[in-house]
Design a protein around this ligand. Structure first.
Ligand code: SF4
Ligand code: SF4
Length: 163
């Protein structure tokens, strides 16, 4: 993306992609700075639909991201509000994904997981009520993923966790 359009922000790629889809009437954005507001308004002031060539670049990028993101969670946290066990679902998924991008030891991830699980439910505390899955806009099989998380972080753990 940088090579193809050095001046274009990543947000402008995303907006142009979203707004170019058939049937899309509005594109929403969260903005934290005036610079982001300026960038976004500039994108739509001179709106250019995404081209086939640019779509090919986006596909390359998403392929790279997907390869290193075994759990496609977007960290919206809609799933956590009704969890009777207070499981830190998106945080655990982010840790799990982070490991897949780590080449060396993941001992720091294990420490972070265990610190988190002192304040939240562990992945293995899940009782399978599936409230979270009904709330997830990505329709992720959260309960299955939590089993993967538990297998990764809790097997043979020598750290204290919340009872
Ligand atoms: S299925 Fe597990 S993670 Fe999901 S809401 Fe129920 S206890 Fe929480
Ligand atoms: S609702 Fe789904 S996408 Fe959102 S944080 Fe939970 S698991 Fe991730």
């Amino acid at each position: 993306m940088r090579e193809y359009a050095p001046e274009a922000s990543f947000a402008s790629w995303a907006f142009r992609f979203a707004a170019s889809q058939e049937g899309v009437a509005r594109v929403l954005s969260g903005m934290n700075t005036v610079e982001q507001v300026m960038d976004n308004t500039a994108t739509f002031r001179d709106f250019r639909p995404i081209t086939e060539e640019e779509l090919g670049i986006i596909r390359q990028v998403t392929g790279i991201i997907e390869k290193h993101t075994p759990i496609p969670c977007t960290a919206c946290s809609y799933c956590t509000h009704g969890c009777p066990k207070g499981i830190a679902i998106p945080e655990y998924f982010a840790l799990y994904n982070s490991i897949s991008r780590t080449t060396g030891s993941f001992s720091s991830h294990a420490v972070y997981y265990n610190n988190m699980s002192l304040r939240h439910g562990k992945a293995s505390d899940c009782i399978g009520c599936r409230q979270c899955e009904r709330a997830c806009p990505q329709h992720l099989p959260i309960t299955d993923y939590l089993k993967d998380v538990a297998a990764k972080f809790e097997a043979g753990s020598s750290f204290p966790t919340r009872k």
